[in-house]
Design a protein around this ligand. Structure first.
Ligand code: PBG
Length: 323
């Protein structure tokens, strides 16, 4: 045999020398849940180790992450039911919980990269990402709400706004609103290929944001489709996106690879709540080795072509020095 691939695997030094893919703190984005109140944190039942933080607690959490070299955060608000309405008006009210959280983090930690979620669902009395009329999700009317929301996030100091709603034309619409108001430096991370997935369940528990009727299939993509992601990617790129995201990550590695091969923009992948819950449940049962399972998942997402990974594992992998 002239070729014996095992020679390049024979010891740790050689294995590391030929390793093709690495994950570092620089690639990770930590999603954080926010609730109103003081000095509280409540664990999300279906996401062991993940908490909803009040703003004072959030600042302590961000500080401890920064010390570990984790510098990017995606914030998500849990909104009191009494503040929700059909048009998500609370979402663009100056001084709302979310806006306060963004500005407190940026004021205390200017070096932190703050990413914000632009979508109506946590604020919508219908639990949808758009305005609902006669059971239908209105596209163009929703853009106006998204534009206002993105603007208050930018005013509060967001570095990157991330529209997760899947309305058509929202990237271009938001880009215009930001530019017209002098926020030409605020980036857009578009949820380009966001699938109508079963794996968002625990996230909706965390925010109490599940749809009150129906599902999200008229705006989120069909899990059976791959080529359709290219249509979304072309549009987002033309409309001015700075990052293209694929979500969820693990069941859609082929889509990450497809977009990677078809764009020069950096790809982000969202290792979502249900992916986290599955791994944690198996670990709790003693069925998987924690360190090995989690690092394998993150490495695979990078190998498929993701530059950045949004993951609930971000802090624990650094705390435990697993990378
Ligand atoms: C809201 C939003 C969702 C997630 C991120 N932003 C849920 C949804 O679309 O229903 C899911 C994240 C996760 O599951 O970790 N538009």
């Amino acid at each position: 045999m002239l070729q014996r691939p095992r020679r390049n695997r024979k010891n740790e030094a050689i294995r590391r020398m030929v390793q093709e893919t690495h994950v570092s703190a620089d690639n990770l984005i930590f999603p954080l849940f926010i609730i109103d109140g003081n000095n509280q944190k409540s664990e999300v039942a279906s996401m062991p180790g993940i908490y909803r933080h009040t703003i004072d607690n959030l600042l302590r959490e961000v500080e401890s992450c920064l010390k570990l070299g984790l510098k990017s955060f995606d914030l998500f608000p849990n909104i009191d039911e009494s503040l929700k309405d059909k048009h998500a008006t609370e979402s663009y009210r100056d001084g709302n919980l979310y806006v306060r959280a963004i500005s407190e983090v940026k004021k205390n930690f200017p070096e932190a990269c703050v990413i914000t979620d632009v979508a109506m669902d946590p604020y919508s009395s219908d639990g949808h990402d758009g305005i609902v009329e006669n059971g239908e999700i209105l596209n163009d009317e929703t853009l106006e709400v998204l534009g206002r929301m993105a603007l208050v996030h930018a005013q509060a100091g967001a570095d990157i706004v991330a529209p997760s709603d899947m309305m058509d034309g929202r990237v271009g619409y938001i880009r215009n609103v930001l530019d017209d108001n002098g926020f030409t430096n605020v980036s857009i991370m578009s949820y380009t290929a966001k699938y109508a997935s079963a794996f968002y369940g625990p996230f909706r528990d965390a925010l109490n944001s599940a749809p009150k009727f129906g599902d999200k299939k008229t705006y989120q993509m069909n899990p059976a489709n791959q080529r359709e992601a290219l249509i979304e990617a072309d549009l987002d790129e033309a409309e001015g996106a700075d990052f293209l995201m694929v979500k969820p990550a693990l069941p859609y590695l082929d889509v990450i690879k497809l977009l990677k091969d078809n764009t020069e923009l950096p790809i982000a992948a969202y290792n979502v709540s249900g992916e986290y819950a599955m791994i944690k449940a198996a670990i709790q049962k003693g069925w998987l080795n924690e360190q090995r399972a989690i690092t394998e998942v993150l490495t695979s997402i990078r190998r498929a072509g993701a530059t950045a990974i949004l993951t609930y594992h971000a802090k624990e992998v650094l705390e435990n020095k697993w990378l």
